[in-house]
Design a protein around this ligand. Structure first.
Ligand code: RRO
Length: 310
């Protein structure tokens, strides 16, 4: 069974990698992902300057997934750029750098610096961090998103991707797609970031489970799978010529299969990776291969985007 994926002008050895934010803030974590069965590596969303992030507790696991309000803790752009300078691109696993500047100017400054470095690393600009108090998710502001993408085109000469928040209405899928389709070098979109500003309540303590924003945080895991699949399928239809990276609720080969059936080119693993560690990639890949074998599929192209309607 062939799980390889050809996109962005290269072929990577599988279809699974980490969701940005998980197992990718420190170099040893990034290297552990690279050394695992993951097919690519993406770094924690970087800001121009290092950040401690929000006060703890800021991550909580439940039976159905996770809630987080990390608040963009990261080593700062220079740290991930330095990693990108030393990365072994010959290993066949693409390196993506997630960027989440506190301002548009910060994003442009990081893009210009990355461009000047002349590396094969691909930027994924995060339009959807739900957890910085007082800063709304850019992807929910269509005017600001238009302005940002126009500016990215001038600051970055190559292909790039964006990480989108989940949308919940066909009018919003259509409006966002219309904006994204104006940018030919926007090669892919990752759907979805966490479902922002959920609230997990603990009955015993009668309290919220994380400290920032009085308990509000981004949901991941089982909670978000159907929303993620809806976003993957809708953008797959609405963004011809662009790739969709599926992210949300993948914990076995079955969910990876669902994302690809809905149109995903590649699939990221977030909450499950947080709990299981990088061994998750080999397990999920083996499960996906077994599911494909049982259905008579030999490669991902045999079923990608072929989700049937009734
Ligand atoms: O760091 C975070 O709180 C965070 C980010 Br930047 C993001 O994009 N998504 C998320 O769930 N958490």
């Amino acid at each position: 069974i062939d799980l390889s994926v050809t996109w962005l002008g290269q072929t990577m050895p599988g279809c699974l990698y980490n969701a940005s934010g998980v197992w990718c803030r420190e170099e040893d974590e990034l290297e552990a992902v690279r050394a695992s069965a993951a097919a690519a590596v993406i770094s924690k969303s970087a800001t121009l300057h290092a950040r401690e992030g929000n006060p703890e507790p800021r991550y909580h696991r439940t039976a159905l997934g996770s809630i987080n309000s990390m608040g963009l803790p990261n080593r700062g752009f220079a740290y991930y750029l330095d990693y990108a300078r030393r990365y072994d691109y010959g290993c066949g696993k693409p390196l993506f750098l997630s960027l989440s500047g506190m301002t548009l100017d910060d994003n442009l400054s990081m893009l210009r610096t990355l461009a000047a470095a002349g590396l094969p690393a691909i930027p994924e600009i995060n339009l959807s961090c739900p957890n910085v108090p007082g800063k709304p998710q850019l992807g929910y502001d269509f005017v600001a998103t238009t302005e940002a993408l126009n500016a990215f085109d001038l600051a970055w000469p190559g292909r790039y991707g964006v990480k989108l928040p989940p949308y919940f209405d066909p009018a919003h899928f259509a409006a966002m797609a219309e904006i994204l389709n104006r940018h030919p070098r926007l090669a892919y979109v990752t759907c979805i970031n966490s479902i922002g500003n959920g609230l997990v309540v603990d009955v015993d303590s009668e309290a919220v489970t994380i400290k920032p924003k009085d308990g509000l945080g981004g949901l991941g895991g089982d909670y978000v799978l159907p929303t993620a699949l809806a976003n993957v399928r809708e953008f797959y239809r609405l963004l011809p010529g662009k790739d969709i990276v599926g992210c949300g609720g993948v914990k076995s080969g079955r969910e990876a299969f669902m994302h690809i059936l809905a149109g995903a080119r590649a699939v990221q693993v977030g909450t499950c990776l947080y709990h299981e560690g990088p061994a998750a990639f080999a397990r999920i890949a083996a499960e996906l291969a077994e599911l494909m074998r049982s259905k008579g599929y030999r490669r991902l192209d045999d079923f990608r985007g072929k989700l049937r309607t009734l």
